[in-house]
Design a protein around this ligand. Structure first.
Ligand code: ATP
Length: 241
């Protein structure tokens, strides 16, 4: 059996405000698109921060490529492309400077692919990041997360700020393409229709617990829609979250 890219075992994380992750266990093999669904505060970002080594497992264990991301951050992060929810890019840089700066860190950076994405995302190389719209920043963030063809692409709420056309035609295609190449995508979302369109596998989180984790085809076979599955497993609708 192929070893999982992401292996999380009995991961629990508490904050003073409450339990953000409650005994999470997940094993995700490579070559697929994984959709992590949950309402605001469900624990999606906290789980992602553990995968990136930004939070240390208080209880349980986290392995990415078989490695502990806290103990071996360079070995893990050099193989991950990440787009954060905040998308905190340096505002003073121009798009072309951001591309030049980022490519210096990654030997596998693909110039032709970066240019293809820049053109598809209609990003002006001379545009100053600080003056760009939320959607333009999201596109720039996606470009630099993708252009070194990472083995694992982690996108935290990638569609926030993206217009529907970029979301459907570009983001979806990009994620499918990564999986077709045998690489792996994990993205979080509270938009069930988006997850239904692009994910191979769906994991539903609520109040820090996994309520359902299954191939999308199985979920579709058992429920009229992903929304119906969410209501059945989580007890309320994810829409409006
Ligand atoms: P959203 O869709 O709003 O981004 P989420 O599913 O990503 O939500 P998290 O950001 O992981 O959820 O938050 C889970 C819970 O943990 C929330 O109750 C949140 O308030 C809490 N939390 C997250 N980070 C911290 C922190 N650094 N300190 C205290 N509480 C935190």
């Amino acid at each position: 059996m192929t070893p999982p890219v992401i292996a999380v075992t009995s991961l629990t994380r508490r904050f003073p405000s409450g339990t953000a992750l409650d005994d999470i266990t997940l094993a995700l093999p490579p070559g697929a698109v994984y959709g992590l669904v949950g309402a605001n505060g469900a624990g999606k970002t906290t789980l992602i921060k553990h995968l990136l080594g930004l939070l240390r497992a208080e209880r349980g264990s986290v392995r990415v490529f078989g490695l502990d991301p806290v103990a071996e951050p360079v070995a893990v992060l050099s193989r991950i492309g990440y787009l954060s929810e905040e998308n905190d890019l340096p505002g003073w840089m121009r798009v072309d400077e951001l591309i030049r700066y980022t490519r210096a860190f990654y030997p596998a950076w693909d110039d032709a692919y970066a240019e293809e994405l820049r053109s598809a995302f209609a990003l002006d190389p001379a545009a100053r990041i600080g003056t760009m719209s939320k959607g333009q920043k999201a596109r720039a963030g996606l470009l630099i997360a993708l252009a070194y063809r990472p083995e694992l692409l982690i996108l935290d709420e990638p569609s926030s700020g993206l217009d529907p056309i970029v979301r459907r035609d570009i983001l979806g295609a990009v994620m499918r393409n990564v999986a077709h190449e045998g690489r792996t995508v994990l993205f979080s979302s509270h938009l069930l229709d988006e997850v239904e369109e692009v994910a191979d596998h769906v994991t539903m989180l609520a109040a820090g617990r996994i309520m359902l984790s299954a191939p999308l085809a199985d979920v579709r076979g058992a429920h009229a829609s992903l929304d119906a599955a969410f209501v059945a497993h989580v007890g309320r609708s994810a829409q409006g979250a």
